[in-house]
Every structure is written in structure tokens, then in C-alpha cells.
Design a protein around this ligand. Structure first.
Ligand code: G6P
Ligand code: ZN
Length: 559
């Protein structure tokens, strides 16, 4: 029999979960009792439900995942959890955790990831709690966890418990006279089974393999050495008949092979170049934990996440899951371009605009009012799980391409011809000094909320923009009426163009400023976004004085 011991501890500062869990440098997590404190606080926040519960545990394979899985096993055992479902070798993508929580109706799950942030001993790690609906814990829970971290005095652990997580199977233990079970599960099986229910795999397989009527549709799928490698291998190579040449970087590595596993034009430039110079019809990349996606077409034709959402919204009827469930509402985060709003209006669907963060979609999905949603930050997903889902997005696109027989570029062009185009760009200024950025945001908020700002005119190049509305975005959840304040500064002009500015909630050091520009054109739809948006970008830089506050004359990343 194994015994639990109680270890005295003192609080660590700064264990406040951000947009998506607690994210810090690995070395911060390695401080004495830092990780133990946070895990114990998660468990304490669950209250008495934890006794006898089942939790899912897994992560994106980055440095420290295995060690922290081991700690979670030992601490859970000491706190009366009765069963853990652990991904083999600690590997589970974020959408797979969501899928498994829902399928096995567990109390929740702990996801070990810093998402798209680089990994390795000098980079980032993260811990996130997901609830029984499979979605990220709401603010109320993360605030409670944080409160507990500030007052923690002890944690409980079973130090002698030894559990191997490299072999699939059930391991039984007796802890303080009670049974405790760790079930090491196949990291991909449940998720892949689910994808086969959602999509028409034979249809996608015919697309990829080609037929007498159609040559093979050549895909290039890039896992960026993140967690999706084994999922991509199983889905694309084993199920859909793609060859090893159609997949790249499919081995999860603790440091992502030095890659910054964020699927965008800058960090996935390798994929973009390969698709540009090769004979490929389609490219997709996913982030470290598998919830983000980037979609490109032949010649590396880039699909903005906002357009991707709109195109999928317009084509859901090609996907078996939605043929069964019907379509109930669309949503996007506030900074996301409003392209999907036009599809919602045309289809008579309810449309929601929520703050940045996937957690805000969960209530709407649980209430049956939301089927498809997305964010400009390369997140797309549906109510099949409660996380965004990179691989799902690629399969959704391939379903639409297979059903329509069009190329990616043709789909976009006909979409814009029908609905008009929301030109969109995002400028990121990474790792700036925090104080001046906070000051910049305060000053800008003051300026745009002063009397007289609404109605004021701003000239740039040959354009004049007149302010229609300006505020710090706040949101009331239509389901539980909870209110989230100060979710980003937005300036909306008479012609519907928007400037949005907010500070990132996912960085691990310094401040990252995000500037989002969205401008609608009904007819002039095939221009270059950077050229089309230049006047509005200049207005934004002028109004915010961003170059002066940050000392930067150019963004780190443009998407
Ligand atoms: C995570 C969340 C997304 C959110 C993004 C925002 O990826 O899961 O839902 O859009 O963070 O990140 P930011 O750095 O802009 O706060
Ligand atoms: Zn992610």
C-alpha cells in the first residue's frame, strides 16, 4: 500500500492563469514547489468533486511534460482522484484532451502546453485546466485557482508511486487503502475515431489519391514537430492514403526542433516556401499543441483565418457532422475580421462576437446556439469539442475542396465575389517593455473615449475615416450573463472599417502589442491586403503613438 504525505510549502507569486492557463519559462516551473503548488491549487479549486473523480492528463510533448505528468499522477493520487487517463508518453493534443474528456465524461483534464510558444529548457511551459464540457476553465475557476496559489500552505503527494507512461494499459495502485488507477491510453485513437464520424474519410481519400477523372490532390501537412505529428501520421498516411512525402515534421520534439511552432506566414515560412516552389495543391500547418491551423493553397495562396472561418461557414453542408446536427449559429472573437458575419446574415444564422479566447465560445456551444467559430489567431473549430482544432480545420477544408472540386484560390475568389471581402491584417510587436505599453493603452483609451472622438475625421493618403464608435470592448455572456471588461480597444469607422488594439494575454515575458486592421470592400476584392490597409494602419499608428511608446518602427510579425 502506498501512503500520501503532506508537504509544507509557501506561495509563489504570479501564478495567475492568462488567456490560456499558466504559462511561464520552464525555469520558473522548475523552482522548488512551483509546479506542485499550482497542481494542488487546481485540485483544491475543484472542491469535493475531486474525490473519486476521473481526470485526463496529457500535453504537447514539450520539455518538462513527462516530469509534470508524473507529478500530477502523484499529487492526484494523494488527493483522492480515483482514475487518470494519461496519453502515452504524456502526448495528447489539446483538441484530443477535449474529445476524451467529453467521450468518457470525466470531471476535467489537465493540459500541459504553452501552445505555440517555443519549447526546450530555455523556453516556455504551461499548465491549463479544462472542465467537464472539455473546454478551458472559465475566469471564475481560474481566478479561484489563482486565489488558492496565493495562500497555499501545503500539498499532498504520494512520493513512492511509480507509474510508467510509455506503455498503453491499466495500472492499479492502492493509495491509503483506496484503489487508484492510471490508464495509459493511445494518444490518437479516440480522436481519430471521432474525426471519422465527423468527416467523410472515403471522399477525402479519393481527393488525395485521385481517380480516373481527377489527378491526386497533392497536400503538404506540417506538424512543426509539435504534438499533431502522430495524429497527422495516422489520419493522413494510414487513413487517407497520403504518402510520407505529404507530411513533414511529424515527430514531436521537446524543443520542436528549434522551431517556433506557430502556424503563420512568418514561423511556418518553411511550409510556405515548400508549397510555393513545389507541385502542391494544399498546405496546412498546426501549432505545438494542435489547436491552431494555417491553410494555404497552390502557390502558397494564403487564407486568412477570418476568411477561412467565413468559407467554412458557407460550406458546412458538405460535412456529415453538420448534415446530422444542423447548423446553429456562428461566432468570432472581436478582433477577427467580420467576413463570417456576412455569411451569417445571408444564411439567417445567429452571430456572436466574443472577447479573444476560446473559452468564451463554450457556453454558447453548450447552450446549442453555436456550431462554428474562429479567431484571427489561427483558431478554427466547431461544437464537436470545446477547443479549437487544427487538424479538424484541415479536414474541413479538404471536405469542402473534395465536394466542390475547386482550388483553394477559386473558393476564396468566388466567396469574395459573392460576399465582398474583409481585408485584414495583424501587426505584432513582441517582447516590448511592459510599462510604456500599458501607458500607451491607457492614453489611447482615454483619447478614444473622450467626448468629441466619435464623429472625428482622420485622413490618410486619399482616404478620410470618420469615427462611429470607440470603446474598450466589454462582453456579456448571453448564457450566464457574466461580464468581461476591457477586452481590447476598438475604433469603428462609418464605413465599417475597424482598428483594434490589445495586449497579448499569452506571452511569457514583456508585453506584446497586437494591432488588428479590418476593412470591407464590396467590389474591389483582389487587392493586396498590405497595400489596401496601409492608410488605416497609418491612422492607427498615428492615433496610438505606438512607434514612440514601443521604440519600434516595424512589427515583429505580420499576419
Ligand atoms: C490562445 C487562445 C486563443 C486566443 C489566443 C490569443 O491561443 O486559445 O483563443 O485567441 O490565445 O492570444 P493573445 O496572445 O492574443 O492573447
Ligand atoms: Zn495552441
Amino acid at each position: 500500500m502506498l501512503s500520501a504525505v503532506t508537504v509544507p510549502t509557501v506561495p509563489h507569486e504570479g501564478q495567475k492563469p492568462g488567456t490560456s492557463g499558466l504559462r511561464k519559462k520552464v525555469k520558473v516551473f522548475l523552482q522548488e514547489n512551483y509546479t506542485e503548488n499550482f497542481i494542488q491549487s487546481i485540485i483544491d479549486a475543484l472542491g469535493k468533486d475531486v474525490v473519486g473523480s476521473t481526470l485526463v492528463v496529457g500535453g504537447d510533448g514539450r520539455y518538462l511534460v513527462k516530469e509534470v505528468v508524473d507529478l500530477i499522477i502523484k499529487i492526484s493520487a494523494a488527493n483522492g482522484v480515483s482514475r487518470l487517463l494519461v496519453g502515452q508518453n504524456g502526448i495528447l493534443s489539446t483538441p484530443a484532451v477535449s474529445c476524451i474528456i467529453r467521450k468518457y465524461k470525466t470531471l476535467g483534464g489537465i493540459v500541459l502546453t504553452a501552445s505555440h510558444n517555443p519549447g526546450g529548457i530555455d523556453n516556455d511551459f504551461g499548465i491549463k485546466y479544462n472542465c467537464s464540457n472539455g473546454g478551458p476553465a472559465p475566469d471564475q475557476t481560474t481566478n479561484e485557482i489563482y486565489k488558492l496559489t496565493t495562500a497555499i500552505k501545503e500539498y499532498k503527494i504520494v512520493p513512492e508511486l511509480k507509474c510508467a507512461i510509455d506503455k498503453i494499459g491499466v495500472q492499479n495502485f492502492t493509495v491509503e487503502g483506496k484503489p487508484f488507477v492510471v490508464e495509459v491510453i493511445d494518444s490518437v485513437r479516440d480522436y481519430v475515431d471521432y474525426m471519422k464520424e465527423i468527416f467523410d474519410f472515403p471522399l477525402i481519400k479519393r481527393l488525395i489519391q485521385g481517380s480516373e477523372q481527377r489527378k491526386p490532390f497533392n497536400v503538404l501537412i506540417d506538424s512543426m514537430n509539435g504534438v499533431t505529428g502522430p495524429y497527422v501520421q495516422r489520419v493522413f498516411v494510414e487513413e487517407l492514403g497520403a504518402s510520407e512525402k505529404n507530411v513533414r515534421r511529424v515527430v514531436p520534439l521537446e524543443d520542436f526542433g528549434g522551431a517556433h511552432p506557430d502556424p503563420n506566414l512568418t514561423y511556418a515560412a518553411d511550409l510556405v516556401n515548400a508549397v510555393k516552389s513545389g507541385d502542391y495543391d494544399f498546405g496546412a500547418a498546426f501549432d505545438g499543441d494542435g489547436d491552431r491551423n494555417m491553410i494555404i493553397g497552390r502557390g502558397a495562396f494564403f487564407v486568412t483565418p477570418s476568411d477561412s472561418l467565413a468559407v467554412l461557414a458557407n460550406n458546412l453542408h458538405h460535412i456529415p457532422y453538420f448534415q446530422r446536427t444542423g447548423v446553429r449559429g456562428f461566432a468570432r472573437s472581436m478582433p477577427t475580421a467580420a467576413a463570417v458575419d456576412r455569411v451569417a446574415a445571408a444564411k439567417g444564422q445567429e452571430m456572436f462576437e466574443v472577447p479573444t479566447g476560446w473559452k468564451y465560445f463554450g457556453n454558447l456551444m453548450d447552450a446549442g446556439r453555436l456550431s462554428l467559430c474562429g479567431e484571427e489567431s489561427f483558431g478554427t473549430g466547431s461544437d464537436h469539442v470545446r477547443e479549437k482544432d487544427g487538424l479538424w480545420a484541415a479536414l474541413a477544408w479538404l471536405s469542402v475542396l473534395a465536394a466542390t472540386g475547386k482550388s483553394v484560390e477559386d473558393i476564396l475568389k468566388s466567396h469574395w465575389a459573392e460576399f465582398g471581402r474583409n481585408y485584414f491584417t495583424r501587426y505584432d510587436y513582441e517582447e516590448c517593455a511592459s510599462d510604456p505599453c500599458n501607458e500607451m493603452m491607457q492614453v489611447l483609451e482615454k483619447r478614444i473615449t473622450e467626448p468629441g472622438f466619435v464623429g472625428s475625421a482622420h485622413d490618410s493618403a486619399d482616404k478620410t475615416y470618420v469615427v462611429k464608435l470607440a470603446d474598450n470592448f466589454s462582453y456579456m455572456d448571453p448564457i450566464d450573463q457574466s461580464v468581461s471588461m476591457k477586452q481590447g480597444l476598438r475604433i469603428i469607422f462609418e464605413d465599417g472599417s475597424r482598428i483594434v488594439m490589445r495586449l497579448s494575454g499569452t506571452g511569457s515575458s514583456g508585453a506584446t502589442v497586437r494591432l488588428y486592421i479590418d476593412s470591407y470592400e464590396a467590389k474591389n476584392v483582389v487587392g493586396d491586403a498590405q497595400v489596401m490597409l496601409r492608410p488605416l494602419i497609418d491612422v492607427a499608428l498615428q492615433l496610438s503613438q505606438l512607434p514612440q511608446y514601443t521604440g519600434r518602427d516595424a512589427p515583429t510579425v505580420i499576419t
